[in-house]
Design a binder for this molecule. Structure first.
Ligand code: ADP
Ligand code: MG
Length: 379
């Protein structure tokens, strides 16, 4: 168990373009025993950050602290950090038991067999693979193999447990299942854990806190709900939620503070909730980007009046618990989450009304968050 601090860390690889950094002035303060998620697109610098903590890479600038001690010059094997990768290479010729025991048999950390047995039994309970001791990795399912890799990572009781997209290669169903399993296991980990993923559902369901990383920098640091309800900018808003949030430029219209979506070529007015309207007015903002999630758009296949936006169905994708309906409005695409029972034909006319109670407003130029309705509720 340990607090982890990164202070102004910079790392660039020699082959990178002159002005690009894998990690760019990154600072993080991760609490003792926290389950912390690093989230972001491919190339954001997530793996590099883990390697800097593990000591596999060294920062050009900045300090790495574990448990209050600067570890920049400490070798990986002396940091008591354990790392599980996406390609959790188990030793194929070793049994489950011996795979998990392996880190305690290395020359540096060698323990006696009675100690090892106790430690293996402790993690085996945690990862729920009782009765599979004698199996070889080839006799396990993908999910079981991943659990053995996690067990191997935890057996030495590391100060810091790093997991790099451990579920990324599993199929969707198993990934979902393992996410639940990890959630259950995590209270038993009893160690500071940093978990890397590019799957927003994983990030949201597992994290105490999330850092959204992009181009080696933090876009936002906070809880799952903060990412979803008060995203720091449009980049973060687009990463959380399925379907992706709809964001449209809007301008103040003539009527009582209503906004008009010029991009949609229709005059259907969007009326911000009073509190949001007040803030836009105070700041004298006449042009904003309005974000509305697919869950917050109503639709009707029957004709509606001109306060509804008219479009046609462009795509219709059932994704299990809902249908993602993409609607074309003058060439712009609006994504709507529809109930599973919805049946509709491509090109069919559809009428949309945004629920402005959940709209999120961004600065059109900087793409930075301005406000949302009922903001106090989400702070
Ligand atoms: P992520 O894990 O978020 O996908 P990485 O930390 O692996 O991102 O990579 C961050 C950036 O650093 C990327 O632009 C990547 O191409 C570059 N990079 C990572 N490892 C190396 C390396 N060994 N040599 C050169 N460039 C690298
Ligand atoms: Mg990576």
């Amino acid at each position: 168990m340990a607090r982890i601090e990164l202070e102004n860390i910079t790392k660039r690889y020699k082959s990178m373009a002159a002005d690009t950094f894998a990690v760019d002035g990154l600072s993080l303060d991760i609490k003792d025993n926290e389950f912390f998620v690093l989230f972001g697109p491919a190339g954001a610098g997530k793996t590099t950050t883990l390697k800097l903590i593990a000591g596999i890479e060294f920062p050009e600038e900045g300090l790495v602290k574990i448990g209050g001690n600067i570890v920049n010059l400490i070798e990986p094997m002396n940091r008591n950090v354990s790392m599980v990768f996406e390609n959790y290479a188990l030793y194929p010729h070793l049994s489950v038991y011996d795979n998990i025991a392996f880190p305690m048999r290395s020359p540096l950390h060698k323990k006696d067999e009675a100690y090892i047995k106790e430690a293996v039994e402790r993690v085996v309970k945690m990862i729920k693979i009782d009765g599979l001791y004698e199996r070889k990795p080839s006799q396990l399912s993908n999910g079981q193999r991943q659990r053995v890799a996690i067990g191997r990572g935890l057996v030495r009781e590391p100060n810091v447990f790093l997991m790099d997209e451990p579920l990324a290669h599993l199929d969707a169903k198993l990934r979902h299942f393992m996410r639940g399993e990890l959630k259950e296991m995590q209270s038993a980990f009893n160690t500071t854990t940093i978990y890397v993923t590019h799957d927003f559902m994983e990030a949201m369901s597992l994290a105490d806190r999330i850092a959204v990383l992009n181009k080696g920098k933090i876009e936002q640091l906070g809880t799952s709900l903060q990412m979803y309800y008060t995203p720091a900018n449009e980049f973060v808003a687009r990463l959380f939620g399925e379907p992706e949030i709809n964001i449209f430029p809007a301008e103040a219209g003539s009527e009582n503070g209503a906004l008009v979506l010029k991009a949609l070529g229709q005059e259907a007015p969007l009326v911000p909730e009073e509190d949001a309207a007040q803030i836009l007015k105070e700041k004298n903002i006449r042009a904003v980007d309005v974000g509305v999630r697919g869950n917050d758009a109503r639709f009707s296949l029957a004709p509606r009046d001109s306060s509804w936006i008219k479009g046609s169905i462009y795509a219709f994708e059932p994704i299990g618990n809902k249908v993602i309906m993409t609607v074309d409005v003058n060439g712009e695409k609006i994504r709507i989450a529809a109930p599973n029972s919805t049946s509709a034909d491509l090109d069919q006319a559809v009428y949309i009304k945004f629920d402005m109670k959940h709209a999120i407003y961004f600065d059109s130029d900087s793409k930075v968050f301005i406000t949302r309705s009922e903001i106090e509720k989400y702070r």
